[in-house]
Write a protein that binds this ligand. Structure first.
Ligand code: PSU
Ligand code: MN
Length: 335
């Protein structure tokens, strides 16, 4: 609609004004200023399809140089399917929507030296001029700020096993409850408590839809044994769901769970024994808080001899394909 377009133009004016003010005040990177890459900015102002991508998966989810290769391939898949990719990260204290090849390379090389940045960390990373790799919660927040309604990732965070005692519940879930962005993922890893994750999403009022299946997928495997309340079978159906969510001003996010393609799934048994071992090591070494997820991801990769990493890459690419199609269908619907 033209009002969405006006809103967007206002935001861009607001952002460039903030930039001018910052520069006038002698702050080159400090201040609530967001940098939007030229191709992303142009697509947004022309109301063309854009897909937001997170960056913790690059810094903390995969080793260099496989992380860079995968990030580039994911961006190419998004482009080949008619949308503009916008990888989100904070570089030298500036939130960036869309990275250049040099910026992508820089982030991939920084790896875990980049700060894992969830919603709670954004202000700190900006205020200190740091380099932040954004998780699902921080990426949703920044995508929403510049009106990107579709975001592709691999897996989201959730309620951790024993979360009923530790209260370790990813801020990805509360972000889904407060930010109107559709997140395309392959479900959640079974390093987490999947039934409780779905309960928590229901409490947060999040629409959880599974793509071409009735079951919530478990990242490495197509099924988790948990039913979802909503099934979608085409990109157009997903677009209508997102459009309804926007028009109703529900304010909540949507989780679209796309199962890993069968030929790339890793055997549930292999994964489960690796997860059990990794969880035991995490407890023995007192690895908790935001260090737990990156630790478990790395150990599961090591313990499965790279099998899980190959699955991970394949499912992210598949999500990028589906997400780009959804984004294009949505742009068409909202013309
Ligand atoms: N799960 C994955 N791969 C990932 C992550 C989770 O299968 O890369 C990353 C995402 O960036 C997600 C974050 O938002 O971990 C969640 O971290 P935590 O559990 O600390 O909230
Ligand atoms: Mn946590």
């Amino acid at each position: 609609s033209s009002s969405a377009h006006r809103r967007l133009t206002n935001i861009q004016q607001h952002l460039s004004l903030a930039d001018t003010n910052n520069k006038a005040a002698g702050f080159s990177t400090f201040g609530g200023f967001i940098k939007i890459a030229p191709d992303v900015s142009e697509a947004l102002s022309q109301r063309r399809a854009v897909v937001a991508l997170e960056s913790t998966i690059i810094s903390h989810g995969m080793p260099y140089p496989l992380n860079l290769e995968t990030a580039k391939e994911v961006e190419t898949i998004v482009r080949e399917n008619g949308a503009v990719p916008a990888t989100v990260a904070i570089l030298d204290g500036t939130p960036c929507i869309g990275l250049s090849l040099e910026e992508l390379e820089r982030l991939a090389k920084l790896g875990a030296k980049a700060q894992k940045t969830a919603r709670r960390d954004i202000a700190h990373v900006v205020a200190t001029g740091g380099n932040g790799a954004t998780t699902v919660s921080a990426t949703m927040f920044l995508a929403s700020r510049v009106h990107i309604p579709v975001f592709v990732t691999g897996g989201i965070g959730g309620v951790h096993r024993h979360g009923e005692h530790t209260m370790d519940i990813s801020s990805d879930l509360t972000e889904l409850g407060r930010t109107p962005v559709a997140v395309i993922s392959a479900g959640v890893k079974s390093i987490l408590d999947i039934p409780r994750t779905l309960e928590y999403l229901e409490t947060q009022g999040v629409c959880v839809a599974a793509y071409k299946t009735n079951e919530f997928p478990a990242f490495f495997t197509e099924s988790s044994g948990c039913k979802v309340p909503c099934r979608v079978d085409t990109p157009e159906e997903c677009a209508r769901l997102i459009d309804a969510n926007i028009k109703l001003k529900l304010g909540t996010g949507i989780l679209i769970a796309v199962p890993i393609p069968a030929e790339h799934s890793t055997s549930g048994n292999i994964i489960e024994s690796a997860i059990q071992k990794a969880l035991k090591e995490a407890r023995e070494n007192n690895i908790t808080g935001n260090a737990e997820t990156p630790f478990l991801l790395r150990r599961v990769n090591e313990l499965t001899g790279g099998a899980s990493l190959a699955s991970n890459i394949a499912l992210v690419k598949n999500n990028a394909l589906v997400g780009a199609k959804i984004s294009v269908a949505l742009a068409k619907l909202r013309e």
